[in-house]
Design a protein around this ligand. Sequence first.
Ligand code: ADP
Length: 688
Amino acid sequence: MEHNELWNLDELPAEQANMSTMEWIAEQMPGGFFIYRADDSQEVLFINRAGCHIFGCDTVEEFRKLTGNTFRGMVHPEDFDKVKASIEKQIASDEENQLDYVIYRILRKDGEIRWLDDYGHFANLADVGDVFYVFISDITDTCRIQKERERNRRLKQALEEAEQANKAKTSFLSNMSHEIRTPITAILGMNEIIRRESDDPAILQYSENIRRAGNSLLRIVSDILDFSKIEAGKLEIVEGEYSMFDIIADLYNMIQFRAEEKGLSLQIEVDPALPRRLVGDMMRVKQIITNLLTNAIKYTERGSVTLHITLADRKEETASVYVEVRDTGIGIKEEEICKLFEAFERLDTRRTHTIEGVGLGLPICQQILGMMGSKLQVDSVYNVGSTFYFYLDQEVADAEPIGQLSADDVVTIREDRSSESLSFIAPDSRILIVDDTPMNLQVIEGLLKPTKMQIDTATSGAECLEKFSVYPYDLIFLDYRMPHMDGIETLEELKEKNPEKFEHTPIISLTASAVTGERERMLGAGFTDYLTKPVNMSEMREVLTKYLPDEEIIPIKEEASEEEDVLAELPGELFALDWLDPKEGVEYCGDATMYLCALEMFAKSVDDKITLIRDCLTNKDIKLFTVTVHAIKSTALTIGAAGFSAEARALELASKAEEYEVIHKDTPAFLEEYHALKVDLDRALAGA
Ligand code: ADP
């Protein structure tokens, strides 16, 4: 724009003709401008159009009416004193320029509060005296944006801090639970040795208590570990093919004894149409159902717990499996149902505080199901019972229907499995166990002692390498978590230094971590197989029988002298009882001591059980009757009383089929025989 154009005052619009040039310019300025007297009156001598608009006024008259035409009237009453003091201070301290800058609120004509910034300048004008002339602008939006920005910045910072804290918490939980697992496994392992080596019933009882408490601690720690994994987004669903039958059998065998202990009947209802093999994360599916079943048993005092699995829908490649766990327990109040899936929430604590648990089981189930595209749901009636259920879509690997399945089938499998897992010895085998914790070495050595293998130990990766280069090993157990050189590093070194030997030596990873995905990680790293600590005897046997050379494994049954030794520890009278097979009993119980304990417990419980069965008949409590004869069936089998066990089984089947006549006809003779067994046992054991 040309200089002349701007200052061509001759072209002023006609309506401004009565204004001075300077007034007109001030009037035309796009920003707010006003002049007021620098005395007590603070009278506003001039305000331009933009200034009036800032106050929501169209004319100077409106502005005067709103503010009383004074500077005091322009400023929000709450801000005025501060603004005045600030202006005076700035002017006094800046004699040369006599400038001030303040920010304050105003009240517009429409009642809205706005923020202004105000550049003022003190001046002494010849014709009017002392004045301030002031440039103002409405900075409300800038302030708002700034405030918003500041708020966002703070929120972001708070979020970052919270995330950081959460990460720290998750990693603390995960590390702690991992670290806690290691000593617990050592305690449980040592305890296992005590159980094997002690004959003293009191010590066996203490040791049993340690086992129970240790296992429940281990469960809690595993829950915390899972939970922190979920929080950290590290929990993965690892899919593979699995057998529905195996899941059901495992669940039954895991849970049945707990139900039995509480006098609850455990019902398994399986849809015969379920496909035999599915694809999914078997470990996690089992974990969820186990959790629901364990809860059902924990929170039920009498009655039954039912696992019901059906095929809800079948598409070409997938099956929708409906899983339901029903109980007749304490139930959940309607208003508490919403808290069920919140971490660390326990409900109805007046009734549940004595029951083991930390309130993580259901949140974990819910999260895992969420990852599988499903959702855990619940129906419950307080004091009547609860039903937890979910639908799971799984790919079908083998569409062949699972067929009719009863609890008996599943139990038979358990019994078969236990006889399958009889001990063996392998005196020609030489193995190496590597673990940096001497106690862990001792535990595993202790567990393996009965196999009579030659056992070498090493407490570091370096020592392992050394021994591996000297001796031929049939098998190596290698701890994963070791200082300096961990399991995987050691494995790599073994391979590099002795590739040929490495090729022929099975190396089993030992870890305290039972997290899903660990197995794949270990196998991926080159381990032959994987065992979690605390080492479970049957898994250990499975590994040994799988990887030791067949010709070195001698089943213990063939070792006549061993067996005779064991049997020689038993009172001779037992062998005179025609209904008892002590040899079979010892096989079931593990050793002579445990067998004697089992016999004593069996004999001791007879009177109570007889009374219980009679009460059941009087009260027509068929469910309890079934549970009781079922328990007798199992315990009789365990002590080697197969004939009597079969009689109990016949009664169990009759009661399941509700054949009351058979029950009433056969029970008296059964009880009489039961009593006779007790008399026999008491006599035989009196000398023990
Ligand atoms: P925990 O059992 O370890 O306390 P869960 O997350 O599995 O933790 O369960 C949370 C709470 O929900 C329990 O403390 C209990 O109050 C309630 N609950 C769970 N299952 C049942 C059930 N079958 N019947 C009644 N209450 C239940």
